[in-house]
Design a protein around this ligand. Sequence first.
Ligand SMILES: [Zn+2]
Length: 447
Amino acid sequence: MAIDWDSVRDEVTGFLRDLLRMDTTNPPGNEIACAEYIANVLKREGIEPTLRSSEPGRGNVTARLPGGESPTLMLLGHTDVVAVEPDKWKHPPFSGALIDGEIWGRGALDMKDMVAAELMVFILLKREGVSLNRDVIYAATADEEGGKGNHGIGWLIDHHLEQVDADHILTEGGGGRSEIGGARFITIGTGQKGIFRFRLRATGRPGHGSVPHEENAVVRLAKAVAAIGEAVLPIHPSATLKAYLEGIAAQQDGETASALLDILDPDKSEAALDRAPFGDDAVATLRALLRNTVSPTILEAGTKLTVIPGEAVAWLDGRLAPGQDERSFRKEIGPMLGDHVTLEVDQYSPPIEASIESPLYETIVNVMADHDPDVTVIPAITTGGTDAKHILPRRPDTQVLGFMPVQSEPNTDEGPLVHGHNERISVENLLYGTRVLYDVVTRFCSS
Ligand SMILES: [Zn+2]
């Protein structure tokens, strides 16, 4: 029997509204509320869930539909959300309010929408008795938004790998739409930049402020911070970025296309960014995606106005382009440190990039061609992060793709909704994402 998508719309809307009513602001997270809710939904469908807490309150729920021998697919979502400023919201952020066809709440786009849609898809596979060529895992996990994120999918991989041993993973980080030069595009998230957060520690000779000398730690640090902060580091275009720009260029007139392709050329990149058909924000993002970047963010030095300190420290937020690592990055910034300044690593996670030639990527392209023949699928890298950062360092061969497709981009005149105020999703976009994901999963996994 054909699926009744009208009743699916109501059902998945109900899942999302229920999940949004649970305050899973991280920290502290308290994702156990969502995990128990989802476990109960699965049980009602005759699917046995496994619920594990990495710490009290940090609940992770998974379930598995057994299939054939082909490489396993996991539908992965995180249930924690970032903090809110409730007084800036038009409707309370943990209300799950349904108003004029839109579902309101923190997490409506990041990413309880996809947690609900993937749950719906997973249940439909069971209800429809879809014969699977591979195991399909559902996982709703904790702690993606936390700084180090040690309580979610990474913890499950470390402690209960048998629950989450997937080769292909679908999660957040793609599915957004754009229109460039009259042509329409939808993204699949294939990667993210690496993280390299570090301290610079300058040492010098302490002294009295009334007698200046040339071994002042504050001056040494300031020089290094200014040099690194102002540097425009060399570009390292990734396979994703090439495919992204080539994919857009193929739909443009000759002049625009050449501007887009020139962005990949080290000698022409900067000038080409000015000619490319992107707004200021998109250009700034592209500029950052092309290369390693560093932003100085915290300074610590001295406690008394009249005393030259013997030491000064700066904290810097570094991000690595795909293909880069600690060594190549140190080579770029090392010459700017100067004497008496040392670099100490605070946090490192490598850049991540999935292949655009994987069978799952190809399946998404084919499914989108059915749903929307005029849209071009392009891969995209985010400057931010997804759970891929907890997976790839542990399981380097996993193909993690970000794809929660929308039918239309939300209106963001009031500023970004993800991590911003008034986060919400239209019921139509939620249903669209659910339908497309169902087709992707059934096409990829049907035997
Ligand atoms: Zn997220």
